[in-house]
Design a protein around this ligand. Sequence first.
Ligand code: FAD
Length: 455
Amino acid sequence: MKTADVVILGGGPGGYAAAIRSAQLGQSVILIDEAQVGGTCLHRGCIPTKALLHAAEVADNARTATQFGVNATFEGVDPEKLHGFKNTVVSRLYKGLSGLIEGLGITVVNGRGKLTGPRSVDVDGTTVTGRTIVLATGSAPKVPGAITTSDRVLTSDQALELATIPDTAIILGGGVIGVEFASLWASFGTKVTIVEALPRLVPNEDAAISTYLERLFRRRRITAKTGTRVTEVTSDENAVQVTLESGDVLSADVLLVAVGRAPRTEGLGLAENGVTVEGGFVVTDESLRTSVPSIYAIGDIVGGLQLAHRAFQHGIFVAERIAGREAELVADAGIPRVTYCHPEIASVGLTEDAAREQYGDGVETVTYDLAGNGRSQILKASGAVKLVVDPAGAVVGVHMIGAGVSELIGEAQLLYNLGVKAEEAARFVHAHPTQNEALGEALMAVSGAPLHLHG
Ligand code: FAD
């Protein structure tokens, strides 16, 4: 039997952040994971996909180099070296994280955990007890019942390890993961078709951003079949066939199923021990406490945005609360959202539709096209910055699309979360020439004093 002040089940961004902050605050900590600490984010999510997307950008740069007067040619991708690069990044970060955890005296228990009581977990026959338990078991790819995964029918887990670059690919789902894979495969030379049941790509983003993305993807010869449902998927040794409800059949080397991620709460002993679960997600109060007072839940198993930095903040928050400190959570709307396809998408706050629903007709918007931004022109980055402002003039939504815009989200999240008025923010200076100026221009424009924008 092992015991500690805080026992954490799951060592992804949520679980390991809770472990680190708890240890920093003087608690003894046991962190249980059946795989490697770092979770989906480090091993099968954020980091490996962004490594591949960076390689994809290098491929695009080689392909377009002559437009900038630089002689270079794109001659293809070496999958072994590509995976070597990606895996080196992951293993370096894993080593650093493991060292940090060890250095803080956190006990890592490797094995599958299951709740057995309000303060106890069974890990492959060993009982682990704690004053407080934190559930952080994360999520896994959702695969619709009618679809069976195979060598050709992949989830993101398998797509990240593909030994070859497919000539053709169909992607089921035009959300974040779907468009990121569409983007990187297209950069590597794959002919990509996305099939999305909803009327637009990235349906959780502002509608204007979806329109831009669809246009810019078309330029990249990525086909998007939106408002389209799939009725059947079959595959053989040569190809995968996807039948659409229109009766059309698409065929490709691989199909990526990217229809969302399900919380990993089954078989964890939750309901048996009084933890309320709804639709697979653990139900918590505003302090992330479950229906059992000694048990908290954090990260992807709590309904809402499934993002690593949300899980980090959950982990830090519960650790502070468990240690008896005051702590505040940033609500999901104030959490920055970035999609790292090419062009990138970055947003925070409310979409125009959501703002109109909340604040009525007094909502104002402005869209500043990156065509007017010097740095974006140098980078040949098409896209826009759209601001949504409430009737009192406060910034309630920032929506950006274009190469490099992920780096602008830092300022945008402060504007939203601090409730800054556009007019107030517009007087601050944005360095020239940066893409950040596009945000400055949009702030000036929505305050009625545009500089580089026609009336
Ligand atoms: P997870 O990271 O899923 O970790 C849960 C851990 O619990 C795992 O290590 C698992 O082994 C362990 N576990 C589960 N059940 C048990 C059990 N019974 N016993 C023991 N251990 C168990 N988010 C971003 O913010 N930015 C991105 O760019 C981004 N890109 C992504 C790309 C892809 C392809 C995917 C799939 C996800 C991406 N995400 C991204 C989402 C991000 O990875 C998740 O939101 C984040 O990992 C959730 O953290 P978590 O701690 O809740 O769970």
